[in-house]
Ligand binder design. Structure first.
Ligand code: ADP
Ligand code: MG
Ligand code: MG
Length: 321
């Protein structure tokens, strides 16, 4: 805990990422409860441990449906819907590919092309069977695996926001390693929360700029978050469901500003797949979602800023609106 001008920051490591909670009261007990809530939720959704509700579904692949708790069923239902949209870059059945690449974990390496070809038929999201009456999920082929890694943090960030609100908290920020969710705005700061946009691959925490929001979620998904280098290339952790290889386009990161962090998570992945141009066109038809694209040729492309303001910090990157 650190105290600067009435700000109380509490930090820990959860879901493989640093977690930061900012409050405007000295309340370590509240912070402990937030971290406990995150741990409980992580225990339901993780696929990085042997046991969780999602892992129970995966272990029973090709054998039987598994009944899960309402939170897990509901999130899987959302994941199914997004995954089965036409041309969706999002696929919650991508587990076999994620496990094979092991990006960010011990033993990550570029798999043989034949391995990937063999795994792709196990990643068809349309095959997942959801039974609302039984609250069960069935993976019909042995070897199929659900992975909610792209949306679990967003869902949990929203749960934390809702829980804090129930406790009467009106101003707070939670950062779950890339997913920032906020309540209100900090006292005495009319511009709102100041959320740094990281400079890709910088090793000194340098920023491209600062995103200012009030009571919004800010989610960034970037190829520099988890990756390894091999064959002179950077292999990152956001996969193209069509190929089984990391998505390869002009983007280094996508940031989404939205009310719900779950939406931020969904749309960072979808926009990643669309790319900058198609993404901007799509955003023009959405009134609740804003986004910032950062490209390999050092451009920062902002959608029309309805719910945020961007203050650049590095003028060697070209800024577009
Ligand atoms: P993080 O916040 O951990 O950096 P992201 O929100 O960017 O993660 O999501 C990446 C994670 O989502 C991967 O680690 C993997 O578990 C999962 N994933 C990777 N590619 C896809 C995809 N195309 N659709 C859905 N989930 C994916
Ligand atoms: Mg995500
Ligand atoms: Mg994320």
């Amino acid at each position: 805990m650190a105290n600067e001008a009435g700000v109380y920051s509490y930090s820990t490591v959860q879901m493989g990422s640093p977690v930061l909670l900012k409050l405007f009261e000295n309340n370590a007990a509240l912070a402990r409860q937030v971290f406990r809530l995150i741990a409980q939720q992580e225990n339901l959704f993780t696929v990085n441990r042997v046991q969780s509700e999602v892992m129970a579904i995966n272990h029973a692949a090709g054998e039987r449906p598994v009944a899960v708790s309402p939170a897990v069923f509901n999130l899987i239902q959302v994941a199914y819907t997004v995954s089965t949209l036409p041309d969706s870059a999002f696929n919650f059945a991508i587990g076999p590919i994620v496990k094979r690449w092991k990006i960010g974990f011990q033993g990550d390496s570029v798999p043989a092309a034949a391995d990937i070809t063999a795994l792709l038929p196990l990643t068809n999201p349309h095959q997942v069977v959801l039974d609302a009456a039984a609250q069960s999920v069935y993976l019909p082929q042995r070897g199929m695996e659900i992975d909610l890694g792209a949306i679990a943090k967003g869902y949990i960030a929203d749960r934390v926001q809702q829980w804090l609100r129930q406790q009467g908290v009106t101003q707070a920020l939670i950062n779950l390693g890339g997913n920032v969710q906020t309540l209100g705005a900090p006292p005495h700061e009319p511009q709102g929360w100041q959320i740094g946009l990281k400079k890709p691959f910088a090793d000194d925490n340098a920023l491209l700029g600062v995103i200012e929001v009030r009571e919004k979620s800010v989610v960034t998904s970037g190829i520099y978050e988890r990756y390894f280098e091999q064959q002179g290339r950077c292999w990152h952790h956001i996969f193209d469901p069509r190929t089984g290889y990391p998505l390869d386009n002009e983007l280094l990161s996508v940031t989404v500003i939205s009310d719900r962090s779950l939406d931020g998570d969904i749309y960072t992945t979808l926009l990643y797949g669309m790319g900058t141009e198609q993404g901007l066109n799509w955003l023009a038809s959405q009134s609740d979602i804003d986004a910032i694209f950062v490209t390999r040729d050092r451009q920062i492309v902002c959608s029309s800023p309805r719910h945020y303001r961007f203050r650049p910090a590095d003028t060697t990157w070209k800024l577009h609106y």
